[in-house]
Design a protein around this ligand. Structure first.
Ligand code: ATP
Ligand code: MG
Length: 237
């Protein structure tokens, strides 16, 4: 995945300004930056959901998307929530549900297939959203603050889960977060965006083995990097 000179503006109001970023296959990139700086706009441009200028090259046929607020439907059971993108593609229902069931199994929610989504916990909802994002076979995932709705303990559990899942399934990922710890915990690189319009201030490499687990929290290299990035974030104001 490669973007060159990517800019997004809404009726002349500039949200993203000339961002260049190349993401390798299997890489996990975190985007951090001030609220309202243009992070969601950046993801939406890659998805073709907002007008942009510049060049976007995506090799993957489908892009998996977890939007900032999950778009699960209460009137569909868990299985059909995951199968929905396949239904919309015109894949026959039986086949779509078979594929969706495989993805439910991947995220550990097979037993919940015929339950309603409002019966799920916050972390389970996010795993269901992950299954829906990837059900079309996508190996590129764009996730907008996927852990935001969770309490600290479940958030960490889901981060560990994501780290293992993305590594095992070889999913290239760009995710947005407000948490520097979370960015360093999960990513190979952390991209810091400036205040709006979003420009890249700096890119930090995280050289810690993947998948990650709680033991890295006490790793001096992890702590040093978190501190360094925080300093830069605060310089943004
Ligand atoms: N559809 C739109 N039309 C007009 N302006 C928009 C639209 N979407 C976003 N904006 C504006 O563009 C700027 C960037 O918004 P965006 O949602 O990309 O920020 P963000 O970094 O994701 O913020 P947050 O961290 O709060 O989610 C904001 O000033 C926002 O008001
Ligand atoms: Mg946003």
């Amino acid at each position: 995945m490669k973007v060159e000179h990517l800019s997004v503006s809404y009726d002349g109001f500039l949200a993203v300004e000339r961002v260049d970023l190349e993401v390798e296959k299997g890489e996990i990139v975190a985007i951090v930056g001030p609220s309202g700086c243009g992070k969601t706009s950046f993801l939406k441009a890659i998805l073709g959901l907002v007008p942009y200028t510049g060049k976007i090259q995506v090799e993957e046929k489908d892009i998996g998307y977890m939007p900032q607020t999950d778009s699960l439907f209460d009137w569909l059971n868990c299985l059909d929530n995951v199968a929905l993108p396949l239904f919309l593609k015109g894949i026959p229902k039986k086949e779509a549900r078979k594929i969706a069931m495989e993805y439910l199994e991947k995220v550990g929610l097979k037993e919940w297939a015929f339950k309603n989504v409002y019966q799920l916990s916050g972390g389970m909802r996010q795993r269901l959203s992950l299954a829906r994002a990837l059900v079309s076979g996508s190996k590129l995932l764009l996730a907008d603050e996927p852990f935001i709705s969770l309490d600290a303990q479940n958030r960490r559990k889901l981060q560990i889960y994501f780290s293992q899942f993305l590594e095992k399934e070889k999913i290239t990922t760009i995710f947005v977060t407000h948490s520097v710890e979370e960015a360093v915990f999960l990513a190979d690189r952390v991209v810091l965006f400036s205040n709006r319009p979003a420009k890249i201030v700096q890119i930090f490499h995280v050289q810690l083995p993947k998948p990650r687990d709680v033991d890295i929290l006490s790793n001096p290299a992890y702590q040093k990097l978190v501190g360094m990035i925080y300093e830069k974030v605060f310089q943004q104001g």
